[in-house]
Design a protein around this ligand. Structure first.
Ligand SMILES: [Zn+2]
Length: 70
């Protein structure tokens, strides 16, 4: 009787694409997750801030459409 235990001692590290640049990134032990690096994290935060600015500063086509529905 032989007991074959398959223990993956060399299991591949689970990676996923960085949401910012698509670079394979590890989740475990990653201080900047879900991003691959602090740079990507900052870029993403900056993009959000920019979009916030746009919404407030520029006139949105949606407000016109809403007026038309009145
Ligand atoms: Zn990245």
């Amino acid at each position: 009787m032989s007991k074959t235990e398959h223990t993956p001692s060399n299991a591949p590290v689970k990676t996923y694409p960085c949401p910012r640049c698509g670079k394979p990134t590890v989740w475990a032990d990653n201080p900047t997750k879900p991003f691959c690096s602090a740079r990507c994290k900052l870029i993403d935060l900056g993009a959000w801030a920019n979009e916030d600015y746009k919404v407030g500063a520029e006139d949105t086509p949606f407000s016109d459409e809403l007026d038309a529905f009145k």
